[in-house]
Design a protein around this ligand. Sequence first.
Ligand SMILES: O=C(CO)[C@H](O)[C@H](O)COP(=O)(O)O
Length: 223
Amino acid sequence: MNQAQMKQAVGQAAVELIRPQLDSDSIVGVGTGSTANCFIDALAQIKTEFDGAVASSEATAARLKSHGIPVYDLNTVSNLDVYVDGADESDHHLHLIKGGGAALTREKIVAAVAKTFVCIADQSKLVDVLGAFPLPVEVIPMARSHVARELVKLGGDPVYREGCVTDNGNIILDVHNLSIVDPAQLERDINAIVGVVTNGLFAARPADVLLLGTPDGVKTLKP
Ligand SMILES: O=C(CO)[C@H](O)[C@H](O)COP(=O)(O)O
C-alpha cells in the first residue's frame, strides 16, 4: 500500500467509525488537507445518513459542497459530536502538529467544539517527539517581526511562509528546529505572544483516537 492508498484507507475507516452514531440531525466536523479530502470523498457516499458538515477551511467547504453536502456556519450549530482531520505529526499521546495547510486556527476551533476528535494519518506522521515538522504559527500581519523575535527566544527558527494568506487574512511563520518535549507548555507559551492567533500544537486538545494507515492496514491508536 502506498501513501495515497493509506490516506484513502484511513478516510474510509473514519467513515466506518463514525457511521453508527450518525442520524438525520447529525453535523460532522471536517478538517483540511489531502487526508481529510479522502475522508470527504468517502463521507459523500453516505450523505443521506446525516444532515451536513462544519468545515475547517474554505477549501474544505468547497469540496463538501461539490459533493452536495450542506455546510453550516459553526455559530449555528449547538452540537458537534465528531471532528475528523489529518495531521502533520502525532506523538503516541496523540498530541499533534497541524497547520501544514495553513488552516490551523479554524481546525483548532472546530476541534475544541467537537465531543470527539478522530485524527487520520498515514504512518509517516507518527513520531516519538514532535518537532521535525516545522511548527506553523498563525500571526496578525503587523506583528510578524515581533512574533518572530519572540519565537527565537523560545529556541526556534521561524521562517515566513511566502505567499500564504490564511482564510482569516493572516500570515504563517513555520518554526524550525524545535524539539518539543512538553507540547502543552509550548502551546501555551507561543499563544501568549502578542500578535499570535494560535499555533499548530494540539496538546491542550489532543486527538481522542488516531486511525493510522500502515501497509498492513489501518491501526487504531488511543492515548
Ligand atoms: O493541518 C492540516 C491543514 O492545516 C492538515 O491536516 C495537515 O497539514 C495534514 O495534511 P495532509 O493530510 O495533506 O498530509
